[in-house]
Design a protein around this ligand. Sequence first.
Ligand code: UDP
Ligand code: MG
Length: 312
Amino acid sequence: MKLSFVIPCYNEEDNVELIHDKISETFKKVKYDYELIFINDGSKDKTIINLRKLVKKSKQNIKVVDFSKNFGKEAAIYAGLKESTGELVSLIDADMQQDPKYVLEMVEFLDANEEYDSVAMYQDKRREGKVLSFFKKSFYKLINKISDTKFTSNASDFRTLRRNMVDAILSVKEYYRFSKGIFSWVGFNTKYMPYQVLDRATGTTKWSFKKLFKYALDGIISFTTAPLKMATYVGLFSSFCSIVYLVVVIIQKLCFGIDIPGYATIITLILFLGGLQLFSLGIIGEYIARTYIEVKERPIYIAREVISNRSK
Ligand code: UDP
Ligand code: MG
């Protein structure tokens, strides 16, 4: 098998056929042997019914992994990679925002350039609000500063990977999967190419600001322990300040006999340090909570069924 498409679907009932047809049309010209792997990520609409219909009537090789509930796009990507058999694997959204013609570009590039192991598409111009854009930029700045893993801003999950890289990604078995980090962490040579995002064909985006914020936090906690060290440094600094202040108070008392009116200072300091302590505890708590989930080694996804039209 030359190429596998991994297509995560969450409430994409009207898009699954559209993306299938678009891929078939784009790849008609080339004689690649390819397969489509749809992951139904616990959709609440008719996605699975439409996927079953597609499996029956399509001339392409299709596999559908039907999740038992919504496990999230990251889990869907993992499942897709696991089920894929192609020498190359392309990740593409079901919502038609990513034109399959770029997949052709990526495949041709990898065929011509053996030294590269993957191609990642990045958005030429971000088509989103200024506020969201600002937060995303700040996120990349922050995470690149505090993490050893490098994150390319604007790079999407729209990628094509060689088999060796797919196997490497599959060997990373963590539950909290922040794909952008994993893609970078496993190494290999990645070529970045620009692409134009299209409008969603039907349906709405699954990313609210709250979800994105949680996702960003996952990314930071998964790829750096720098926040844990913050408590150490802030603690050291405030201890140092308190010693200096103590010396000042003693000198004032002994040499000049000044009584320090301390009420306001004490309240402020107690609140400040109490706040800092709780904040640090919260950070430690975030890491412990994730460690707790990770040590349970729960499966990344559970499939109700895997449907395929391939005659094996
Ligand atoms: N998706 C998924 N599980 C989820 C959320 C999203 O499989 O829990 C899929 C979704 O169906 C789509 C892709 O991931 O094919 C990207 O989602 P979306 O279009 O909502 O994200 P955006 O393009 O707005 O970043
Ligand atoms: Mg989308």
